[in-house]
Design a protein around this ligand. Structure first.
Ligand SMILES: NC(=O)c1ccc[n+]([C@@H]2O[C@H](COP(=O)([O-])OP(=O)(O)OC[C@H]3O[C@@H](n4cnc5c(N)ncnc54)[C@H](OP(=O)(O)O)[C@@H]3O)[C@@H](O)[C@H]2O)c1
Length: 266
C-alpha cells in the first residue's frame, strides 16, 4: 500500500522517526529524512544501505533549510505523497524559572518546524492526494507541568492541523495528528533545561516505556487507514478522557503525578 510512495519523515535519525524510516523502507516506500546531526544521519544511511533513503542535514526550525530539504526531496523523487512532521524537542523547567530562549526554541522546532516543511511540501501533497501527519503528544491534549513550552507547541500544532484539515477537506488530502504516550527514545535526554542546555538524562525507566518500533507501527497503521487522530497508550487515553470530562480533578491528578513534596520529579 505504501510501495513507491514518497514519504518525508522529519527527525528520522533517532527514536520514533528512526523506527518510522526503517519500517517505511521495509514497505518499499521512498523515504526522505533529515536531522541536525550529520553523524547520526551517516549512521542511519550506513545501517540501511538502501537507495530509497535520502537523508539530508536540515534544522526544520530554519525556514531556508526546511525549504531546501523539501525542494531537494521533490527534485530527487519527483513528488511528495506523505509528510510526517516528527522532529521535536522537549523541555523541563517550571515556568517561573525558565529562560525564554528555551520556550522559543521548543516552539521554533515543534511548531514552526512543521509549518516550514508543510508550507513547501503542500502543493505536491495536494497534487498526489496524500497525507500530512503531525507527531504531537499527550502534552498536546493536556497541559503538563514542567513542560509548558512543550505543551504549548503541541497544542499549537494540533490547532493548526485542525484548521488545515478543514481547508483541505475537498482536496483528497488526509490530515492526521498522533499523540504517543511515553516512548523509549532520546527525547528526555535532549530536553532543554531552564538554561537551554540538554537535560542529559532521563528521569524515567526508558526500558518500561513503549518501544519506538511499536509506536511507529501504530503510526503507519493510522496513516494507511487515513485516520483523523490517534491517541496511544491506556494512560494517554485516560488522561485525555479525564481532562475533557473532569478538568479540575485532572489538574490535581496531573500535579500529583509530576510532583513529590512540591518538587517536580518527572
Ligand atoms: N518519546 C516520547 O516519549 C514521545 C512522546 C510523545 C511525543 N513524542 C514526539 O515524538 C517526536 C519524536 O520524538 P522522539 O521521542 O523520537 O525524540 P528523539 O529520540 O530525541 O528524536 C528526535 C529526532 O528529531 C531530530 N530533530 C530534533 N530537532 C530537530 C530539528 N530542529 N531539525 C531537524 N531534526 C530535528 C533529532 O535529530 P538531531 O538532534 O540530530 O536534529 C532526532 O532524529 C517528537 O515530536 C516528540 O515530541 C515523543
Amino acid at each position: 500500500m505504501l510501495k513507491d510512495k514518497v514519504i518525508v519523515v522529519t527527525g528520522g535519525s533517532d527514536g520514533i522517526g528512526k523506527a518510522l524510516v526503517s519500517q517505511l523502507l521495509q514497505e518499499d516506500a521512498r523515504v526522505a529524512t533529515c536531522g541536525r546531526s550529520q553523524e547520526k544521519l551517516n549512521a542511519l544511511i550506513t545501517s540501511h544501505n538502501n537507495q530509497h533513503l535520502l537523508a539530508l542535514p536540515c534544522d526544520v526550525s530554519d525556514e531556508g533549510e526546511a525549504r531546501e530539504f523539501i525542494e531537494k526531496t521533490i527534485a530527487h523523487y519527483g513528488k511528495i505523497d506523505i509528510l510526517i512532521n516528527n522532529a521535536g524537542i522537549s523541555m523541563r523547567s517550571p515556568f517561573n524559572e525558565v529562560s525564554l530562549e528555551t520556550m522559543r526554541k521548543v516552539m521554533a522546532i515543534n511548531f514552526f518546524g512543521a509549518i516550514n516543511c508543510t508550507r513547501y511540501a503542500i502543493q505536491s501533497i495536494i497534487d498526489n492526494q496524500g497525507s500530512i501527519v503531525g507527531i504531537s503528544s499527550i502534552a498536546g491534549n493536556r497541559g503538563l507541568p514542567g513542560r509548558s513550552g512543550y505543551s504549548a507547541s503541541k497544542f499549537a500544532l494540533q490547532g493548526w492541523m485542525e484548521a488545515l484539515r478543514s481547508e483541505l477537506l475537498d482536496t483528497g488530502v488526509n490530515v492526521l495528528w498522533v499523540s504517543p504516550g511515553f516512548t523509549k527514545s532520546n527525547v528526555r535526554k535532549a530536553a532543554l533545561t531552564k538554561t537551554t542546555s540538554a537535560q542529559g538524562k532521563s528521569p524515567l525507566n526508558e526500558d518500561k516505556l513503549m518501544t519506538p518500533e511499536e509506536c511507529a507501527a501504530l503510526i503507519i497503521r493510522a496513516i494507511k487507514k487515513r485516520k483523523r487522530t490517534l491517541v496511544m497508550t491506556a494512560q494517554g487515553k485516560l488522561t485525555v478522557f479525564m481532562n475533557k470530562f473532569f478538568p479540575a480533578w485532572s489538574d490535581r491528578l496531573t500535579r500529583n503525578f509530576f510532583y513529590k513534596n512540591g518538587v517536580l520529579i518527572k
